[in-house]
Design a protein around this ligand. Structure first.
Ligand SMILES: [Zn+2]
Length: 231
């Protein structure tokens, strides 16, 4: 009897990432359950999305709708010395799949004239206190600021990695209502592919925020985005 067992792989996701020119995902680690559940969430959507390779200079882009589309460019380069393109391609295609997931999961207003403003929004629509678009956009911006502050304070984050995180932070803050769960995910993926785990302070912090976001998006009574703790 063999004691060796093959690790579970998400084959369709593996194939997509390979085709997108990205770094292969690591095998699941028992002490990283949140990372595994994020990958399960993305893998479950693959059959609902049309993926197209396109040499358009965009690492990956999603178009929402009844039949979501995601394009990706395996030849993409950020042109930034402090971003490692190969793991960033993996992080980016998963970021786009997460856009599709949040679009499906977060509650939207029923009024069509209002609904268009809530497409792809990374938090629930609700009329309860603290749930306005402005309030929740403000909270996610402040939470991303706390991530950046954590990265700056973390001696395990070198200047190269900090520059990459700062670009993702700026990107997220340019459209925070659609870039909270999605940017938390792409940072987690990029850091994981760079060998980080929950033993690292920043990775543990990102995991905590991403876990909170996932719990909330999976629950239609999940309420507004809570302010992150400083640590
Ligand atoms: Zn995005």
């Amino acid at each position: 009897m063999s004691t060796h067992s093959e690790p579970l792989r998400r084959l369709a996701l593996d194939r997509l990432i390979k085709d997108a020119g990205g770094t292969a995902l690591p095998d699941d680690a028992s002490d990283e359950p949140h990372f595994a559940e994020l990958l399960d969430e993305c893998a479950a959507l693959i059959d609902e999305i049309t993926f197209t390779k396109k040499n358009d200079g965009h690492v990956a882009q999603a178009t929402m709708g009844a039949h979501p589309l995601v394009t990706y460019d395996p030849a993409y380069s950020s042109g930034e010395a402090t971003t490692d393109d190969v793991p960033f391609r993996t992080a980016s295609i998963l970021h786009e799949i997460m856009h599709v997931s949040v679009d499906k999961l977060y509650d939207k207003p029923t009024d069509p004239s209002e609904k268009i403003y809530w497409q792809s929004v990374n938090f629930h629509y609700a009329t309860t206190a603290g749930s306005s678009f402005a309030e929740q956009s403000q909270t996610v911006t402040e939470n991303l600021q706390k991530v950046m502050a954590r990265a700056t304070a973390d001696s395990k984050v070198d200047t190269t990695l900090r520059s990459h995180i700062e670009r993702r932070y700026i990107y997220g803050c340019a459209g925070p209502h659609v870039h909270y769960d999605t940017v938390l995910l792409d940072l987690l993926v990029y850091l994981r592919l760079k060998g980080h785990s929950r033993k690292n302070v920043l990775f543990a912090y990102l995991t905590k925020l991403s876990q909170e976001a996932r719990n909330r998006r999976m629950d239609s009574k999940g309420g507004p985005v809570p302010p992150a703790s400083a640590t």
